[in-house]
Design a protein around this ligand. Structure first.
Ligand code: MRU
Length: 355
């Protein structure tokens, strides 16, 4: 494919949700137009759109579409339709808390309103969330500079980049800021079996920006660290529990163990919307299991022997003790209950101040 420039991963234009279809990358840059809440929920489930912040923003817009479609209904029916749409969106994927956070935030903006007033409030909130996401990611990038050493090589897993957010990325936001500042020298991207987000998405978006990237198979990370080729590991997260345990793409936990063994710092970059203060620990995070075919097949070709089953958890949980720190839009904090409680108190105070 020709060198392309990356449009926003999620956008709202002329009453439609526009998403970059991640199933087509890196071969084709396809932008899908979604006109209904059902379309959005299906796109999240089928991973046309993926990555915690991106699915949160898409779901917020999906709910705005539902509120608009319910505009002409009598008030009680319009409110019921919006509630039903919110439930549908929340059922699309279970692990990323941003999805639930975003839907609840739009419901909060709607409040007791119904009809066109509800639709306008939902649309305004969802659109504001898109702009906020990019701002937050730039702040994560700026704070992340403090964990980078001059000339460092970064290892990342899955895709926590522009394609997993509205733009710029979380873990890759730190990489971008570090590259712009001249401190990141090289990025290694785990290919990330089974869906290959590292090879197909991370490697693609970094090369688009001219950032040097090398893909490795997931099993090569330990050997690479053994050779002292990695200075820091930075990954994203789908949900961080209040004790600092973090759920992210399957394979992240193994990477954290390997990083500890080789004394390589291991950071999780995530917006505060990914922290779920309602969950005491990572044991309580629901882990999505996806179809066996994602493991047994590649490009619809079966590679596993007929009759053999596969187990396909989409995420795992890295215990807080293996996490050097969390890079958030408010700064780098320890993955510890007291630090997260303090961050939560400060965030709540700021929100109350703004309301
Ligand atoms: O299954 P995916 O591709 O949605 O999983 C994505 C990840 O695990 C990302 O690392 C996470 O959502 C953070 S994105 C900024």
């Amino acid at each position: 494919m020709e060198r392309a420039s990356l449009p926003p991963t999620v956008a709202y234009e002329a009453g439609a949700v526009r998403i970059v279809d991640q199933r087509e990358l890196p071969h084709r840059l396809v932008v899908l137009e979604l006109h209904t809440c059902d379309d959005v929920s299906r796109a999240i489930r089928d991973m046309a759109i993926r990555g915690a912040p991106a699915i949160g923003c898409a779901a917020a817009l999906g709910l705005a579409l539902a509120a608009k479609a319910a505009c002409a209904l009598p008030p009680a029916e319009s409110a019921a339709a919006v509630r039903k749409a919110a439930d549908l969106l929340k059922a699309a994927r279970p692990t990323a808390v941003n999805l639930f956070w975003a839907v609840d935030r739009v419901l909060g903006a709607i409040g007791d309103r119904t009809g066109p007033e509800a639709a306008n409030a939902a649309e305004a909130e969802a659109v504001a969330m898109l702009e906020e996401d990019v701002r937050v990611n730039h702040a994560i990038g700026r704070h992340g500079l403090s964990v980078l050493s001059p000339g460092c090589a970064v290892l990342t897993h899955c895709n926590a980049g522009a394609l997993a957010t509205v733009g710029y990325g979380t873990a890759l936001g730190v990489v971008r800021a570090g590259y712009e500042a001249g401190v990141v020298r090289h990025v290694y991207a785990d290919e990330t079996r089974p869906r290959l987000q590292g090879m197909q998405l991370t490697a693609w978006e970094l090369s688009l920006d001219g950032i040097p990237v090398t893909v490795i198979v997931d099993g090569a990370a330990a050997w690479l660290m053994r050779q002292r080729k990695i200075d820091v590991v930075i990954v994203g997260a789908d949900r961080v529990a209040s004790n600092g345990d973090a759920a992210n793409k399957i394979g992240t936990y193994a990477l954290a163990i390997v990083a500890r063994k080789h004394n390589v710092p291991f950071y999780v970059a995530a917006p505060t919307s990914t922290i779920d203060m309602n969950l005491p620990s990572g044991d309580d995070i629901p882990i999505e299991e996806r179809s066996e075919a994602e493991v047994t097949h590649i490009d619809r070709i079966r590679l596993a022997p007929e009759g053999v089953h596969a187990w396909n958890p989409a995420f795992d949980v890295t215990p807080a003790e293996l996490i050097t720190g969390l890079i958030t839009e408010c700064g780098v904090v320890a993955a510890k209950p007291a630090a997260l409680a303090q961050l939560h108190r400060e965030r709540s105070r700021q929100h109350r101040g703004r309301a």
